[in-house]
Structures are given as C-alpha cells and as structure tokens.
Design a protein around this ligand. Structure first.
Ligand SMILES: NC(=O)c1ccc[n+]([C@@H]2O[C@H](COP(=O)([O-])OP(=O)(O)OC[C@H]3O[C@@H](n4cnc5c(N)ncnc54)[C@H](O)[C@@H]3O)[C@@H](O)[C@H]2O)c1
Length: 212
C-alpha cells in the first residue's frame, strides 16, 4: 500500500499517546502511523488492542535516546511527521530519580530533533513537522485566588479551588520539579532547533489530561 505520509508518534503506548495513536490510525487510513515506545512501566500495548491489526499501524519498540535506532527508523519509514509524547511523566518519580528524567526528557528529545534534522534538512523541510508535547508545569504554579472554589457548584463539576489567572505563551518559564525542569529544557531545545536550523516545529504546553 502506498501511504500519503508516515507519522511517528513517540510514547504511543502511554496514557495520552495511545489515544492519539488510535485517533490517527482511524482518522487517517492513508497515513502510516508508527508508534515508537520503549514500553517502560508506563507503557502498555493492551491500550491499543483494537488497532494493532490495522494495515496502517506499526509498533516499534525503541528508546528515544538510542540515536542510531532513531535515525534508522526515521529513514527506513521515510518519516516526515513526529508527534513526540514519550517522556518520563510522573512528578513524584522525578524527585526520586532525576537522572532518568533528564536522560529521557532532555536527551531523548534532543536525539529525536537531531535525527529528524539529519533526515529532513537535505530533502527540504516542506511537509515536515516536529510536534512537541510539553506541559503547563514549565510555567510553575498559578495562585489559588479562590481556595474555597465556587461553593454553589459541586467539586465534580468545577466547584473546587481555582485561580483567576492563566498561563499564556509569554508567561516566563519557572519549573519547580525535576520533571518540569527537564520538560522545560526539552522545550528550549525544540525552539533552538527551530531558530538555529529552521526545523518546522510546534511546542504545546497542555494542562492535566483525564479520560479519553
Ligand atoms: N498526563 C498529563 O496530564 C500530561 C499533562 C501535560 C503534559 N503531559 C505530557 O504528555 C506526554 C504524555 O504523557 P502521558 O501522561 O501519556 O505519559 P505516560 O507516562 O502515560 O506515557 C509515556 C510513554 O512514554 C514511553 N517512554 C518513556 N520513556 C521512553 C523512552 N526513553 N523511549 C521511548 N518511549 C519512552 C512510556 O513507555 C510510555 O508509553 C508527556 O510528554 C507528558 O510530559 C502529560
């Protein structure tokens, strides 16, 4: 089958990634979707049982820090789009083991950026994109100006404590945990690749996710 495009989703066996993989496999049957994941304690392919037999879906077990392997995957599948979710993502674990967070979140992201650049740059960046998933935690914490929330609303429908401020794209970076420091560093590397090499990239900083 001739595919219009091949997109690699890193961390596709994780919580958010598995939903992104499913969405892409179902919505874009003419795109080949490569799910690249190391399958750490956080990854579980059972999340994707319903799509594993689809012709446009392929799983690759690999570490995003493995430069040679990542280069090989990008070139052998002719990948022009990367949606990068793979990360060590649990704040509490980062307090116990910060090195693993720096390795995966910083060096892993840098490895992907460099491997993508190496393959894309000589062929031209048109139709290529590196989409980096980061976190709002790089901005620190907002003040809970209404610690008692909205007493007339139940907690489950938004009645819990909240603040009146928002983070914006110009809020200054102020990470507080090893997790958010590593994610902040990865954001800076993505911007550096954009500004230095022209790598087409997008950085998004979402808040906590829940549900499908
Ligand atoms: N869950 C949230 O609420 C939330 C909020 C903001 C941002 N994010 C970001 O979204 C992304 C996904 O979060 P999640 O909650 O789905 O995480 P998760 O921990 O559920 O999944 C992470 C996935 O990455 C894989 N992985 C870890 N290290 C790897 C490596 N070295 N090489 C290849 N794969 C590796 C794991 O096996 C796992 O499948 C992360 O980048 C996280 O920082 C998550």
């Amino acid at each position: 089958m001739e595919y219009g495009k091949t997109i690699m989703i890193t961390g596709g066996a994780g919580f958010i990634g598995s939903h992104v993989v499913r969405l892409f496999v179902n919505k874009y049957p003419r795109y080949r979707i490569i799910n690249l994941d190391k399958l750490t304690y956080a990854g579980n392919l059972a999340n994707l049982k319903d799509v594993e037999g689809r012709p446009n879906y392929q799983f690759v077990k690999a570490d995003i820090c493995d430069y040679d392997k990542i280069r090989e995957v990008i070139s052998s599948y002719d990948i022009t789009g990367i949606i990068h979710l793979a990360a060590e993502s649990h704040v509490d674990r980062s307090i116990v083991d910060p090195f693993t967070f720096a390795r995966t979140n910083v060096m892993g992201t840098l490895t992907l950026l460099q491997a993508a650049r190496e393959y894309w740059e000589p062929r031209g960046y048109e139709a290529c994109r590196f989409y980096h998933i980061s976190t709002d935690e790089v901005y620190g914490a907002l003040e809970l100006t209404r610690p008692d929330g909205n007493p007339s609303a139940g907690r489950e429908c938004g009645g819990g404590p909240f603040g009146d401020d928002f983070f914006t794209e110009t809020t200054r970076y102020q990470p507080h945990s090893p997790y958010s420091a590593a994610k902040a560093s990865s954001d800076h590397f993505v911007r550096a690749y954009h500004d230095t090499y022209g790598l087409p990239s997008v950085v998004t900083n979402c808040s906590n996710n829940y549900g499908p």
